[in-house]
Design a protein around this ligand. Structure first.
Ligand SMILES: [Zn+2]
Length: 102
């Protein structure tokens, strides 16, 4: 089970260190803090809108997940700074990760 194979199936799982419990991002097999093994955790991760810009009919946001790392995500509704969102869709398109939040 790898982060990318799950993401390509639409599952957003976060790698966490089994030793120190740190979220490891970008996803790696071993923790960059203590070299412990990571395992993928699912859940309703909380994201916060840090910045956004409008592109045609969509908004593209920088979302901070679990106060830990940032992803770029699409949003249909107009976002607000510091709004709390969750990842509603994700996957891999043309080799790039994509995320959509609501
Ligand atoms: Zn660790």
């Amino acid at each position: 089970m790898s982060f990318e194979s799950e993401l390509s199936k639409g599952n957003f799982l976060i790698p966490k260190c089994t030793e120190c419990k740190k979220i490891v991002w970008p996803p790696m097999e071993f923790c960059d803090h203590c070299m412990g093994k990571t395992s993928l955790k699912g859940g309703d991760f909380e994201g916060k809108i840090m910045e956004f810009s409008r592109q045609n009919d969509n908004y593209f946001c920088i979302v901070e997940i679990e106060d830990s790392f940032r992803i770029m995500a699409k949003m249909i509704q107009k976002p607000h700074i510091e709004q709390v969102v969750t990842v509603s869709k994700c996957g891999i398109s043309k080799g790039n990760y994509f995320f959509e939040v609501i």
